[in-house]
Design a binder for this molecule. Structure first.
Ligand SMILES: Cc1ncc(COP(=O)(O)O)c(C=O)c1O
Length: 426
């Protein structure tokens, strides 16, 4: 049975939709006792038929020779490759509209391995702000220890702020990457990916490469934003969030061309930051319902945001679906995003005590960090996910003490509204 049969992306003249392909793309049941679903390949290593096979597989995996036409990379060792990860990566690449994907042990593993692969001592990384607290720590506290300079611009400052940051970085020397988190966690600030691409085209990076554009697509990806289609070289995603979708695993992904992923693949093999087979299997199961879940939670979020917008104890709601016509991000939102998604923040009137009082009164909505799961979660970015960022910097980035982040799940949205209503009344 040819492998190609299980990688069909068309029926007749019709190109199959990603949600259809998630039911089995890349899996041949006849290689696994006709089992409808792929088994979990719980193995650290794979047996070679002959020593010559082993030699060939290593040559390809370690880049010692080019892949022959139609050659499938041979399985070697689960830090290098594993059937569950290969199937998962093929399916994630479909959603991201990418040539290939690499799966990682966490979103941070994907982000850090990607940056290790491209950054070099003496180079700068231009990045938007705010970014997720862990990414912020990596960029501002860890990479500088290795001679990499972070140059931040506020997503709120628009294209002008990004251009100025690029000019500052260029004056210092090579620019390894433009790292954008858009929409930003937790403010939903947007950054223009297409503009970043044109800026990167004129920027030399280390070792004769041009600067690469890396987009953290966690907040809307993969359903509602496709950074590669807007010019990004690489799209990183915390699969812990919407893709995993059930708050029961930690994983990450990075999509791009095979060539752009090559140095990252090599770095992943050596750092050992790959996803494990069991998590890979769980993610494939989650991918079957991804579209249903993301659609339901986006619909619910719209209802919840509409309720909060009208509430007298709410000072502001940062939901992308309600950007006024004259808002500077409105055009970019319509160009770059397919939906407002279901994670957004709102400010209560008052400060931290008022925000904490609302959080402590919630009965249905759980008080927990993370986002993108089936259940609705509420958190306080200033004292939780972004607490590593000094208070004055938090304020500059829009992370105020009265800000509450909501990740709306797939419960009945009227129940969520009732819960928020009683929590806000106090
Ligand atoms: C936007 C964003 N990027 C990256 C991460 C890190 O992902 P992980 O927790 O899977 O390492 C998070 C986690 O909250 C996030 O919100």
């Amino acid at each position: 049975m040819s492998q190609e049969k299980w990688r069909k992306r068309r029926v007749g003249d019709r190109e199959l939709a990603p949600e259809t392909l998630m039911m089995g793309y890349g899996y041949d049941p006849f290689l696994s006792e006709r089992s409808l679903k792929p088994p979990v390949f719980h193995t650290s290593t794979f047996v070679f038929r002959t020593a010559e096979d082993g030699k060939e597989f290593f040559e390809l995996a370690y880049g010692l020779r080019q892949k022959r036409p139609n050659e499938e990379p041979g399985l070697i060792y689960s830090r290098i490759n594993n059937p569950d990860l290969e199937m998962l990566e093929d399916r994630l690449a479909i959603w991201d509209g990418a040539e290939a994907n690499l799966a990682f042990a966490s979103g941070m593993a994907a982000i850090s391995t990607t940056l290790w692969a491209y950054a070099r001592p003496g180079a700068a990384v231009v990045h938007s702000g705010p970014v997720y607290g862990g990414t912020d720590f990596l960029l501002k506290r860890i990479l500088p220890q290795f001679g990499v300079t972070p140059i931040e611009f506020a997503a709120e400052g628009g294209t002008k702020a990004m251009e100025e940051a690029v000019d500052r970085a260029r004056a210092l020397g090579p620019v390894a990457a433009l790292f954008l988190e858009t929409p930003a966690n937790p403010t939903n600030g947007l950054v223009d990916i297409a503009r970043a691409k044109t800026l990167a085209e004129g920027l030399s990076g280390p070792e004769g490469r041009r600067a690469v554009v890396i987009v953290d697509n966690t907040m809307l990806g993969p359903l509602y934003q496709t950074p590669l289609a807007h010019g990004a070289d690489l799209a990183v995603t915390s699969l812990t969030k919407y893709v995993g979708g059930h708050s029961d695993l930690i994983a990450g992904g990075c999509s791009g061309t095979t060539a752009a992923l090559d140095p990252i693949r090599g770095m992943r093999t050596i750092l050992g930051t790959m996803c494990d087979p069991h998590t890979g299997w769980l993610l494939m199961r989650s991918l079957e319902t991804l579209k249903l879940r993301m659609t339901a939670s986006a619909e619910g979020a719209r209802k919840v945001a509409a309720f909060l917008e009208r509430h007298p104890r709410v000072a502001s709601v940062w939901y992308l679906g309600f950007l006024p016509e004259d808002h500077p991000d409105r055009g970019l939102f319509e160009r770059q995003c397919k939906s407002a998604g279901s994670t957004f923040a709102f400010e209560v009137k008052g400060g931290e005590p008022e925000a904490f009082a609302v959080l402590n009164r919630l009965e249905v909505i759980k008080l927990a960090v993370s986002l993108g799961g089936t259940e609705t979660l509420a958190s306080h970015p200033a004292s939780m996910t972004h607490s590593d960022i000094p208070p004055e910097e938090q304020l500059r980035l829009g992370i105020t003490p009265s800000l509450i982040r909501l990740s709306v799940g797939i419960e009945n949205p009227d129940d969520l509204v009732a819960d928020l209503d009683q929590a806000l009344k106090g």
